[in-house]
Design a protein around this ligand. Structure first.
Ligand code: PHE
Length: 379
């Protein structure tokens, strides 16, 4: 039989290999499979592609085109690539079926572009940028979507480059990293207020986050740091130092283009797509509709296996991009030790007004499926 076949970077993917309902080692739903291969970051007139090109331009200018670019690597990777190769501990939450999409016990949809660091290093590259779609199970609101895009940057310093500096190699790399990324923020935003925050990643030390002050809030736009020696050592770079960063393209694009909701990046409505053109960074998006949201509450007694990510996946599976937010609004435990949650679901289309009838039907299907699939008791 003819299976649905996708091809990404020379890898052929059959739907049956990625979505297998009932297989306990697999948790990829249809809605996620349908995003694989769309590659928004490779469209020159899409905000994500326009932003990718602007970042390329910055690094090309700064490093005379030395950075090698990868943007067609297959998002289906091994557990080893996604976690082990970047030193993610065996018990780290990000490895759980609640956080990551597993194709089978050894294979995942990459949850970050860091999954490709090791293989590219092993090929001998010292300066590279990796852009791709990444996948994470998560809750639902205007800045979270289970598929988004990241760009990874990686730079290995030669021994000479470190020797010429009056700092130790790690400080030299950290200083260069911060300077490069401050320059990038400047290139993209012009003058902006930004700050560095110390953080932790298994693959870098020291590790930092860059935050940008935007619309009255500090917003995290990227994670970065000096690469753990162990990663360099394992991949043929014994006496070097390196930095790496991973930035979220949607986050930056929402700020640069004034895009209010992350679902819009997936819109095929011409009123959205026609507003962007190749090479035009920061053309402000003009909303073409403002339909009121419709709220529906549902309460249920949870069981031990209940998670918000599972609930969100059920809702997204039924309502697709018509769901704007799923929010816990009440939570209590009774004398018998039973815990009740009340969730408020906001339905809103970015493109048209929804009828009461349509929303009621969605909500009924959500209630039915939540009860059957999540084994909770509706109240
Ligand atoms: N992979 C990290 C994330 O997805 C970002 C990161 C990349 C941090 C490289 C440090 C170095 O959150």
């Amino acid at each position: 039989p003819l299976a649905a076949l996708l091809e990404i970077g020379g890898v052929k993917i059959a739907k049956d290999d990625v979505v297998r309902e009932g297989d306990p080692t697999n948790n990829v739903p249809d809605t996620i499979f349908s995003k694989i291969g769309l590659q928004l970051h490779r469209r020159d007139r899409h905000p994500i592609g326009i932003l990718k090109n602007a970042i390329y331009e910055y690094f090309d200018e700064r490093h005379e085109g030395k950075f090698v670019k990868f943007d067609d690597l297959c998002p289906i990777v091994s557990v080893k690539q996604n976690f082990d190769d970047v030193l993610v501990p065996a018990d780290h939450v990000s490895r759980s079926y609640n956080d990551t999409y597993y194709v089978d016990a050894q294979t995942v949809l990459r949850c970050h572009t860091s999954a490709h660091q090791a293989e590219i290093l092993r090929k001998g590259h010292t300066h590279f940028l990796v852009t791709g779609d990444v996948y994470r199970r998560d809750s639902i609101d205007s800045t979270h979507y289970p598929v988004f895009h990241q760009m990874e940057g990686f730079r290995v310093f030669s021994k000479d480059e470190c020797r010429d500096s009056d700092m130790d190699a790690t400080s030299h790399a950290a200083a260069d990293l911060k300077k490069s990324l401050e320059g990038l923020a400047q290139h993209l935003f012009g003058a902006v207020e930004m700050r560095w925050v110390d953080t932790y990643f298994p693959f870098t030390n020291p590790s930092f986050e860059l935050e940008i002050f935007f619309q009255e809030n500090w917003m995290e736009v990227l994670g970065c740091g000096v690469t753990e020696q162990e990663i360099l050592k394992r991949n043929g770079r014994t006496d070097c130092v390196a930095w790496a960063f991973g930035l979220g393209l949607e986050r930056l694009a929402m700020v640069l283009f004034d895009i209010p909701d992350i679902r819009l990046f997936w819109s095929t409505d011409e009123r959205f797509t026609s507003q962007f053109s190749k090479g035009q960074l920061g053309a402000k998006f003009k909303p073409f509709s403002k339909f009121p949201p419709c709220y529906k509450d549902m309460s249920f007694w949870i069981n031990e296996s209940f998670t918000e990510n599972n609930l969100c996946e059920v809702v997204r599976g039924i309502a697709g991009d018509l769901v704007e937010e799923v929010k816990l609004i009440d939570n209590f435990t009774n004398k018998k030790g039973m815990t009740s949650h009340c969730y408020r679901i906001a339905y809103r289309s970015m493109e048209r007004s929804l009828t009461d009838d349509e929303i009621n039907q969605l909500q009924w299907r959500v209630r039915e499926t939540v009860e059957n699939k999540l084994n909770v008791t509706l109240r």
